[in-house]
Write a protein that binds this ligand. Sequence first.
Ligand code: ZN
Length: 186
Amino acid sequence: MSKLLQISCLGHKVLRQKAAFVKEVGNREIQELIDDLIATVKDVNGVGIAAPQVYQSKRIFIIASNPNPRYPNAPKMRPTAVINPRILSHSEKKVKDWEGCLSIPGIRGLVPRYQSISVEYTDRKGKIRKRQFKDFIARIFQHEYDHLDGVVFLDRLESTKDIVTEREYLRIIAKTTKNEWTSACR
Ligand code: ZN
């Protein structure tokens, strides 16, 4: 049975460390961590979560894009475990869009990210995967990838004026969605 994990908050050193390469993907401990990360990200209405966000300094993250109250416009995607990722190439173009972070509750930022990326990673079965992502999924990938290097989205902002409270963010996106907001920070 998977369990829900505690989420580390900005200020804790685990979020500022370079996470360690994962050698034994098939290990029970790693497989359990992946299951727990998937259960946890679902529980808190996240679209992605990285192992350092649950106090595990390992190069693993989950992409779990799904429309939910925190991200009403997110595309649907099966939760995917990404291990030891590398960004092989990226578009020249960067686009700015809103991001939040489970480890930085209460605020959103307008973050520039590459529009598309070509990546390589190990999946949870130990197989090397090469894939291309664009738009929102590419954004999640870059956000979570940053967590493995001790970088958070605030570090990527062009200006502190691109930070808003979650409450104001909701008013901003309310123009394009009818979904009801429920607070999901914890
Ligand atoms: Zn984050």
